[in-house]
Each structure stands twice: as structure tokens, then as C-alpha cells.
Write a protein that binds this ligand. Sequence first.
Ligand code: AVI
Length: 322
Amino acid sequence: MTENLQALSDFSPDESVMLKDVVRGLSERQKSIPSLYFYDQRGSELFDAITGLPEYYPTRTEIAILEAHGAEMAAALGPGVRLVELGSGSAVKTELLLAHLEGLAAYVPVEISRDHLVLSAARIAADFPDIEVLPVTADFTEPFELPEPSRATVRRNVAFFPGSTIGNFPVAMAEDLLRLTSRQMGAGGAMLAGVDLKKDAAIVEPAYNDAAGITAAFNLNLLARLNRELGADFDLDAFRHQAVWDEHNSRIEMRLVSLQVQEVHIAGRTFHFEAGEFVITEFSHKYSLEAFRALAEANGFRVAQVWTDPRRLFSVQYLTVA
Ligand code: AVI
């Protein structure tokens, strides 16, 4: 282990939470499964493959914005920052930002999955030997304690939340997360967030219905995971991936559609599916700049600066605690 990397204490998230979440979601009239369960080992690999697809514009566009404006972002953040990354799966983006930040007090990646966290924290610590890396295993939608750096003084806390993961939260949960994060970062704090922008359905829909079928495999992998980890008996050939643009709610809705009348069993419970009935597996909200400003400003932040690409597909937004 490198000297600048703090060891992690043991933390095992409650496995029965997944069973509870899945049973609750499948018991509703409109069945759903929380999208956070996409990301087992295979799901994370498939998501990585998605980010390189020709139709999937968000990742490469956000990286281009960080490449073009990373120095301005670092200047806005200033020295003495404790940079708290919410979710730590975004290697390239983090490195692009860290490369510009001078006098960082500490880098604090926060992740629920210990395995992901150990790998990403070790990589950053090795690539940036001068940065103190203080990983935290926690669910960042709940309050958690910020670790203190041993060598530097913290002048301000800044949350880094790239990837438009905020778009995967239902709006009420995005509001809760913004409020909680503004409180956690505290007075003088800020947040640098990647936010996918509202655009023509002709661009958004293909990003979630790629020709190579990787997003379909990513969606169906959720059922394979439930079979393996919860002993469910989903027939993967009896469901199909669907992703539709919902203009009214300005979001992509990912679904798994039942191809026939069928029953699925999980932990002694039976779930009935009609032919054509679907399970919602993910929302991916796309915000206009005005809509995101209203969301941020009603929930503890002020939009201080926004960077976008020339086609205005994606944005990186610097929000200061109000
Ligand atoms: C992680 N998240 C921002 C992705 C998105 O675009 O909403 C997840 C994803 N789902 C299907 N493709 C990618």
C-alpha cells in the first residue's frame, strides 16, 4: 500500500436490503427494481462497454468538457479543497480534475461497494503520490462522516459528482441528495456535478437502444444477478429490454418487458406477469439548464458556473452552497 492511502475499515452493507428493495418494487402495481442493483461485477463491465458505444454520447462529451475546462474548474475550486467524490467509479474524469487541482487537502472517494472503492482509491493514490487519499465506504444518500487529512488543513469541502448519476435519481430523491450534500459540504462548500442536458429524442433514445445490444445485456444482467444472489428464477429469454423517451418527465425510462404470461419466484414469494407487462429498471433524467438551476437553487445550492460542449449535449456545473 502506498503511503498516501488510508486503509479502509471493514464495512459490509446489509445484503437483505437488496431482497427487501426488490420485493417491495415488484409488489407495486407498476413493478420496478432500483437501478443501483445494475452494478455487480458483470454489470460494471457492461456499463464500461456502454460508455464507449458510438450512440452513448454522455461519457465522451463529459470527458471532453473536463479536458477543455479542467483548469478553469480547478481555479474556481481553489486550494485547500477536501474533494469528496460521490461514487468512485469514474477513473478518467477524476484524474482529469485532480491533474489541475493544486494544494488539494485530500481526496475522499465515497462508495458503497468496498471492492470498487479499494481498487479506485489505490489507483488514484499510486498515480498522485502527493495527494492524501481517504476512502470512505458509505451510502452517500445518507449522512456520513468526512475523514480528516493528517497533513493539510481543509479550507472547504467540494463534492464531485460526475457522470450525470444525479439523473438516475427520481426528482424527489435528487432534491434530497442535493439538500443533504449542501449540508455535508457546509458553509463555503460546493459541488461539481455532471448533468446530462435535455435534447432531441432522436439523440437520446439511440443512446439507450444501441445497435450492438450492450444496453439490453446490461438491463437483462439485473435479472441474472437476482437469480444468482437472491435465488430468483427469472427466465432471461422471457424478458426483453426496452428504453423509451418520456417527454413529459424529460427522462429515459428503461424497462424489462415480459414476453409472456409467467410467474417468477423470489424468497418464497410469487410475482405474476402479464404478457407485455414491464418492470421499470431505471430513469435517466435529462435537465434543461433552467430546470437544473431551479432544482439546485431550491435545494441548498447556487449555480455559480456552467461548462457545456459546443452541441450543448452535456454540462458540468459548479454549484456553491447557498
Ligand atoms: C450511470 N448513468 C448515468 C447511466 C445513464 O446514462 O443514465 C446509466 C445507464 N443506463 C443505461 N445506459 C447507461
